[in-house]
Design a protein around this ligand. Structure first.
Ligand code: PNS
Length: 162
């Protein structure tokens, strides 16, 4: 019997959306353990500090028994190796995602050939969602409650009030 797979689902999650949650739910059914990994050091200026992104994710994944949330800095493949993960999970929404995902998957494979990237196609009801658009809508006063988990909606509105 092969050992249960450990997979990393990495991302910025600034903030997590229902699209991310859908991928977590579907990914968690494919592997033994799924580690949602929040990127710590990014050149992008995030709206939410890492601790808040972790907190929103933890609240949103509470019902999944084989999912945990962690954060990482440095190379994703090094973090995956450190956590003994053999799979990197990523979602693809549209053809526009493909090019960058292909580049990352091939570079990651060159650096660590034993770690495979597995892609799940975004569910059609979430295929138009992005953290960037959700932030823009929220900042302009729109209702994002159908796009993000309840914990994220609360945090976004709290942030905007400030
Ligand atoms: O949610 P995002 O912003 O699309 O996630 C991008 C992420 C975190 C997967 C990517 O930026 C990443 O892996 N960063 C870590 C640094 C790294 O390993 N870079 C080399 C990738 S080829």
């Amino acid at each position: 019997m092969p050992a249960p797979l450990i997979a990393i689902y990495p991302g910025s999650f600034d903030p997590p959306t229902n699209g991310h949650l859908d991928l977590i739910a579907r990914g968690s059914r494919l592997v033994g353990q799924l580690i949602v990994a929040v990127l710590e050091n990014t050149q992008k200026q995030p709206l939410f500090p890492v601790a808040e992104r972790i907190d929103m994710l933890k609240q949103s994944i509470a019902s999944f028994t084989n999912v945990e949330v962690d954060s990482f800095e440095g190379l994703l493949v090094d973090f995956a190796a450190e956590r003994q993960a053999s799979v990197i999970l990523r979602g693809i929404r549209a053809i526009s995602d493909y090019e960058i995902e292909l580049q990352m998957a091939l570079l990651n494979r060159r650096m660590r050939p034993h770690i495979e990237t597995i892609f799940l196609m975004a569910s059609e009801e979430h295929s138009f969602l992005s953290s960037r658009m959700v932030k823009e809508i929220a900042l302009l006063g729109g209702d994002v409650s159908t796009f993000v988990p309840a914990a994220v909606s609360r945090s976004l509105h709290g942030k905007i009030k400030k």
